[in-house]
Design a protein around this ligand. Structure first.
Ligand code: UD1
Length: 423
């Protein structure tokens, strides 16, 4: 069984390149179902979730060719199966993103309901209600969402009760081919939603209000092919910045975008980091200092991202002072806390809040990754712990971090992949 072995103590220093954003790549790959022409998607990250999405498209008969420069050419003209099976959807909730495009383009879609999820119940009711408001007939039978529409979907005004990222993306994609105008209110405005909207416009969609919480989509009869580069991954960027900060190090991240990380950079500065930025790079210098505690409250963009909460919890675990971390997006996203406490952290969970009293040192231990970002936080904890930390269930990490051990090694972090039996 593969595990990550981390030997703590090294201060990170050096330069690495940031990959394309997983959470932009997934909806953009799904969006290629909206046209019969070839789309070329560039700057694709090399990740398990991306392979799963390509496998999903492949099992529907879609033709995909991955080239050596991490681009993929996709042609949905060969699609011959309108079902996203449970075997793939259960491994990745974001598979639900094929629902809107398939229904809008082919008038029918059968998508397995995603199963339970480690970080909360994460329902898809808002995706379903949005498509119903556009005239789809949807029933849930035998664990599958079976959606149909007679002719084209119809433009509609849709208000999301909760800000939902993939929900906004699903309805946005469906609306591009609807008959008439669709208005999405209280839409998510994450940079990945913006990237999808720009890609759809490059395919001939008519979307305005991009980057605001009200999107206006004038439906068109068909979309065409395009060549589109995926934006840099802000969560990967933030994860390496936190890793450098906790080790007192100095690193430069290239091929990233500092303008989509305001909330994270603000908190890192508050923790004592010196940060300089250029058009596509960020440099962080901790000058050997121990970070200061920073209070965090997660919320939809542009507020502090829930996907960076676990990493900042580790920062607070070894910081000077006491911090409060409030998680408002998902109800069960503190599973890393128990593992961090086993490494010597002093963190108490109460409802959606954790109070963390910073301690000077963590100690290495065998730990269990529970979800993608929680596992990244355990690797960071390992980097500052004394001795060795062995992170089990690394498949969670491989879903969202490209070549994590190589990237840390390039920065001087002692992270390696080992094969060991269950312990
Ligand atoms: C996306 C991201 C994930 C990130 C999350 C929040 C992708 C592939 N994943 O997940 O990394 O952590 O946004 O930034 O982009 N909700 C409902 N009903 C719905 C849909 C959502 O109640 O139909 C609730 C969820 O339970 C959650 C909240 O809305 O409490 C936000 O979830 P959502 O934004 O939908 O998360 P995802 O799109 O699944």
């Amino acid at each position: 069984m593969e595990k990550l072995l981390i030997k703590g103590g090294n201060r990170l220093s050096g330069e690495i390149r940031i990959s394309g954003a997983k959470n932009a790549a997934l909806p953009i790959l799904a969006a290629t179902l909206l046209t019969k022409e070839t789309a070329v998607i560039k700057n694709l990250p090399h990740l398990h979730d991306i392979t799963t999405m390509l496998e999903l498209l492949g099992c529907m008969g879609v033709h995909t060719v991955v080239t050596e420069d991490m681009s993929v050419e996709i042609n949905a003209g060969t699609l011959n199966n309108l079902t996203a099976p449970y075997s793939l959807v259960k491994t990745m909730r974001a598979s639900i993103l094929v629902l809107g495009p398939m229904l809008a383009h082919f008038g029918e879609a059968n998508v397995s309901l995603p199963g339970g999820c480690a970080i909360g119940t994460r329902p898809v009711d808002l995706h379903i209600r949005g498509l119903e408001a556009m005239g789809a007939e949807i029933e849930v039978v035998d664990g599958y969402i079976r959606a149909k529409v007679n002719g084209r979907l119809k433009g509609a005004k849709i208000f999301f009760d909760t800000v939902t990222v993939t929900g906004t993306e699903n309805i946005l994609m469906a609306a591009t081919l609807a008959d008439g105008v669709t208005i999405l209110e209280n839409a998510a405005k994450e940079p990945e939603v913006i990237d999808l909207a720009h890609c759809l416009n490059a395919m001939g969609a008519k979307i305005t209000g991009i980057g605001t919480d009200t999107l206006r989509i004038e439906g068109v009869e068909s979309l065409h092919g395009c060549t589109y580069p995926i934006l840099p991954d802000r969560i990967e960027t933030g994860t390496y910045l936190v890793a450098a900060a906790v080790t007192g190090g100095k690193i430069k991240l290239k091929d990233t975008d500092p303008t989509i990380l305001d909330a994270v950079l603000t908190k890192l500065r508050e923790a004592g980091a010196k940060i300089t930025t250029g058009p596509d790079w960020i440099e962080l210098d901790m000058e050997g200092r121990r970070p200061k505690s920073v209070n965090i409250t997660t919320a939809p963009y542009p507020a502090f991202p829930t996907d960076m909460q676990a990493q900042f919890t580790v920062l607070n675990a070894i910081a000077e002072g006491t911090a409060t971390v409030v998680e408002t997006v998902f109800e069960n996203r503190f599973m890393h806390i128990q593992e961090l406490n086993r490494m010597g952290a002093n963190a108490q969970v109460s409802g959606n809040t954790v109070v963390i009293k910073g301690c000077e040192k963590l100690s290495g231990a065998p730990v269990m990754a529970t979800d993608l970002r929680a596992s990244a936080s355990l690797v960071i904890a390992g980097l500052i712990a004394s001795g060795e930390t062995l992170v089990d269930r690394v498949y969670h990490i491989d879903r969202g971090y490209e070549c994590i051990e190589e990237k840390f090694q390039n920065l001087g972090g002692l992270v390696s992949r080992v094969v060991r039996g269950a312990e």
